[in-house]
Design a protein around this ligand. Structure first.
Ligand code: TXA
Ligand code: MG
Length: 322
């Protein structure tokens, strides 16, 4: 298998080469402000199928369609006034909306996993520069093998996908480092399908609507939300007060103190205890300790406020039984 071409976003022809790859039905991993996405032309069924193949996804989970603008998004879904307000407030940015699909949306059905709805977002970063010149939408899951840690740098992408995809467009480390917040927009409420960088308070603020969680037992309609996800090789222990001998330690807010002596290796998500910084560092930390010789990882407790909810959601999945 041949190696994946790596393009620096600042190199003169990088966007042209990426567009040529996508137009030819290729797979390109592209930097966004959340995590790197594995992109293909949404209208090209064979290209979309290659995404599932490259990721080794167990099922055809529906994918997020990435668009350049709200105007373009309206050709894919029916927007009510709340959805318009959310798009105007948060796009381009880390918010994905699940909306009723438009009848003639130019997207291949395999990308939607048979659902009558579509997940849409307008991203920032290198992906936005590509979309500005692409004729349609790009579907893009996170650019990692299924169930593994989401990539926040081009190197992380290549760790699990080198040779399985055509190129990676390197836009540097992802600014947020956590996937987008996913909401389903209903007549009188928002349903939070995946916590993320845009917080609950921001969503309530923008719409004045209550935010509801999926009720326990309610069908999982973000099918990618499997409990075990983002898993490194080793077992993950959460809410730890301190590492036990031999554990690798992911700390939080330790103020630059020396790492606990019992730890075999240690990293602090944010020495100053800043949740934004911790979110951006989370997947890089899990990826750093995702190695065959590391079988135990312990993580300090992270406050459940603001972005902490999204961080803890990812950590619980990384720690779940598999
Ligand atoms: O930040 C992000 O959202 C990144 C970047 C690349 O944009 N993408 C991402 O994609 O995280 P992925 O495929 O790893 O996660 C998409 C989630 C999955 O859990 C999927 O089940 C859900 O979105 N989803 C997609 N379409 C849906 C739909 N119509 N209804 C409900 N959930 C949907
Ligand atoms: Mg993913």
């Amino acid at each position: 298998m041949s190696a994946t071409l790596r393009l620096d976003l600042d190199a003169p022809d990088s966007i042209d080469l990426t567009l040529a790859c996508l137009r030819a039905g290729g797979l390109a991993a592209i930097a966004t402000e959340t995590v790197y996405g594995l992109a293909a032309d949404a209208a090209d069924g064979a290209a979309v199928a290659r995404i599932f193949e490259a990721k080794g996804r167990p099922r055809f989970n529906p994918l997020i369609a990435h668009v350049a603008t709200l105007t373009q998004a309206r050709t894919f879904a029916r927007f009510d006034p709340v959805a318009v307000r959310l798009a105007e407030r948060f796009w381009p940015g880390p918010l994905t909306m699940v909306l009723p699909k438009a009848d003639d949306a130019p997207i291949h059905p395999i990308a939607l996993g048979g659902l009558p709805t579509i997940a849409l977002r307008a991203p920032q970063g290198a992906m936005a520069e590509v979309l500005a010149r692409f004729h349609g939408a790009l579907v893009a899951p996170s650019a990692n093998r299924s169930g593994r840690v989401s990539p926040t740098t081009a190197d992380h992408v290549l760790r699990t996908l080198d040779g399985r995809i055509d190129l990676v467009l390197d836009g540097g480390p992802a600014a947020h480092g956590l996937e987008s917040t996913i909401v389903r927009v209903e007549a009188d409420a928002l349903v939070l399908l995946r916590p993320g960088t845009v917080t609950e308070a921001e969503l309530r603020d923008a719409t004045g609507l209550p935010l509801r969680r999926r009720a326990p037992g309610e069908a999982i309609d973000a099918p990618g939300q499997l409990l075990s996800h983002y898993a490194p090789h080793g077992r993950v222990r959460l809410d730890a007060e301190a590492p036990r001998p031999g554990e690798y330690w992911i700390g939080f807010g330790e103020g630059g103190r020396a790492p606990p002596a019992a730890a075999s290796g240690a990293i602090d998500l944010s020495p100053g205890g800043d949740l934004r910084e911790a979110a951006a560092a989370l997947f890089a930390a899990l990826s750093l300790f995702d190695a065959p010789n590391i079988d135990r990882i312990a993580v300090a407790s992270i406050p459940e406020t603001g972005l902490g909810e999204a961080i803890n959601d990812r950590l619980r999945r990384a720690a779940a039984d598999r």
